[in-house]
Design a protein around this ligand. Structure first.
Ligand SMILES: [Ca+2]
Ligand SMILES: [Ca+2]
Ligand SMILES: [Ca+2]
Ligand SMILES: [Ca+2]
Length: 509
């Protein structure tokens, strides 16, 4: 067994004297020989001293040792000493140690190398430092725990010590997830913590400056105004003081990407109202859109909902994210007229021609519809003169059916019809050729009728104003009518056979 002499390089032993000058410094190993009896160290004196020096360990045995240093000020007073542990090993006679073969820990006072509580290593040479240690039975309080390992040369290393506390409370496990990471867009932090007491306090630091920004228990939302990487930490303190902090780097980017509309928007038809107008529906709810940042996109419509339109109109829907990036979609809204128009005709008409007339000329709008209407624009036409009015139209002798048709702009039709009977004037001589005799003419009262073989349905007499003064339906072959009680003048006689109507006139004197 060969011992070697090594020199310990004391690194950065730093001493500061309060307002005095350090004039002397000495060291000793393991046991204090008394103030002033150590080995002197040469250095440059001053109120602050930094120095490197070499100290011989000649004569020290293999194993653990402590190097102590103290100093003297200009008043001659000596300081307390400062100690550092070190270890002197044997000269390696074989390959340098490669593997950790053992590990142990102890709480509080060092029981000596090899006397700690063993820690099971997962595999030779590997240490899983995520090791659960059983603290059952350990009282509430603050402790030091120390670990050391042994190599495959059988040498124990120096123990590493950490402080820990045992408290009478539950350890919270803070955690969160976050939604989007974009400038000027709310970033939603969802609380995923467990083991938090009902009375636990939360402290969120969303920008890593060590200053609490929110004390909200549960989810928060924060809007960053500039891009960057932010260290976001959540600290939870449970009843009894147990606490833990979870931190994560959250990356916030500028939003430079337009939203994307995923819904399709085709031409829409909306029923016209009574004024042939449409109050625009709200189409914003029909939009589905996505964005890289904004989960709550703004959607606007132009023209806005409830705007009144009367013709096909282009609608623009605009989707905007919080950064002002936007996308549009357009489609047409058509005013659909599904209301059928209405039209009303006059009653059936019967018109009498006078001597010399061959057709009835319509006076003014007497044969035009009495009513025609629609919620939208429309046209009216008849099938007799293909015009919107029958004014001045000439109807021939006989019966004519007129059909009036109304059509709105959407092509919805409606119609009505009426008959006009135009009766020709027949003179007495012509009537006789048809087997009908009326005499005398002129008469001063009595009128005689002979109908020969004609079957007469109706016989009527009206005055020159068209007012019927006598009407008979039970007609004999020979009839006599007394006009004595009526004024002198021209009277119209109408005789309806099975087939036709004969109209003639007589004069009463
Ligand atoms: Ca902060
Ligand atoms: Ca965007
Ligand atoms: Ca938004
Ligand atoms: Ca209509």
């Amino acid at each position: 067994m060969q011992k070697i002499k090594i020199f310990i390089i004391i690194m950065l032993f730093g001493f500061v004297a309060q307002s005095q000058t350090i004039i002397k410094m000495e060291y000793f190993f393991d046991a204090d020989p008394g103030v002033g009896s150590g080995t002197e160290i040469s250095f440059t004196s001053g109120s602050t001293v930094d120095f490197d020096t070499q100290i011989s360990i000649s004569g020290l045995s293999v194993g653990h040792h402590v190097l102590f240093i103290r100093m003297q000020d200009s008043d001659g007073k000596w300081s307390l000493y400062e100690g550092r542990n070190f270890y002197i090993s044997e000269t390696p006679t074989q390959t340098p140690a490669q593997n950790i073969t053992e590990m142990e820990y102890f709480i509080g006072t060092d029981p000596g190398a090899g006397n700690g509580t063993p820690v099971t290593l997962t595999k030779d040479g590997e240490v899983n430092m995520n090791i659960p240690l059983d603290m059952t039975g350990q009282a509430v309080g603050d402790y030091n725990i120390s670990f050391r390992v042994r190599d495959d040369n059988g040498i124990w290393g120096i123990a590493e010590t950490r402080e820990f506390s045992i408290a009478d409370c539950t350890q919270p496990i803070p955690s969160y997830s976050y939604s989007t990471g974009c400038v000027n867009t709310p970033t939603d932090f969802t609380d995923l913590s467990t083991n938090a007491d009902a009375g636990a306090t939360y402290s969120w630091d969303v920008d890593g400056d060590g200053v609490e920004d929110y004390n909200t228990v549960g989810d928060i939302s924060h809007t960053y105004t500039s891009e960057g990487e932010y260290n976001v930490s959540l600290t939870i303190v449970n009843d009894g003081g147990c606490n833990y902090t979870f931190s994560e780097i959250v990356i916030i980017n500028e939003d430079i990407t337009d939203p994307e509309i995923t819904s399709t928007h085709n031409t829409q038809q909306v029923d016209a109202d009574a004024n042939c107008e449409v109050s625009l529906p709200d189409y914003t709810g029909d939009v589905t859109a996505t964005d890289d940042c904004d989960n709550d996109l703004d959607i606007t419509q132009s023209p806005t909902a409830s705007s009144i339109i009367s013709e096909t109109t282009e609608i623009t829907l605009t989707v905007t994210d919080d950064a002002g990036n936007f996308v549009e979609v357009t489609f047409n809204v058509e005013v659909a007229d599904n209301t059928v128009p209405t039209i009303t005709c006059i009653e059936n008409q019967s018109k009498q021609l006078f001597e010399g007339e061959t057709a009835y000329t319509v006076s003014g709008t007497e044969f035009d519809p009495t009513e025609s209407s629609d919620n939208c624009d429309f046209t009216v036409i008849n099938d007799f003169n293909s015009s919107a009015t029958l004014e001045n139209a000439n109807f021939p002798i006989g019966s004519t059916t007129v059909i009036w048709t109304i059509t709105d702009n959407a092509g919805n039709p409606a119609n009505c019809n009426f008959d006009i009977q135009v009766n020709a004037f027949v003179n007495i001589e012509t009537l006789q050729q048809n087997g009908i005799s009326i005499y005398p003419n002129p008469t001063n009262g009595i009128l005689n009728f002979e109908f020969a073989n004609n079957n007469i349905q109706k016989l009527s007499i009206s005055d020159i104003t068209g007012k019927t003064i006598i009407e008979r339906t039970e007609i004999q072959q020979n009839e006599m009518i007394d006009l004595s009680n009526f004024e002198n003048g021209i009277y119209i006689i109408k005789i309806q056979t099975d087939n036709e109507i004969f109209t003639t006139k007589i004069v009463k004197e």
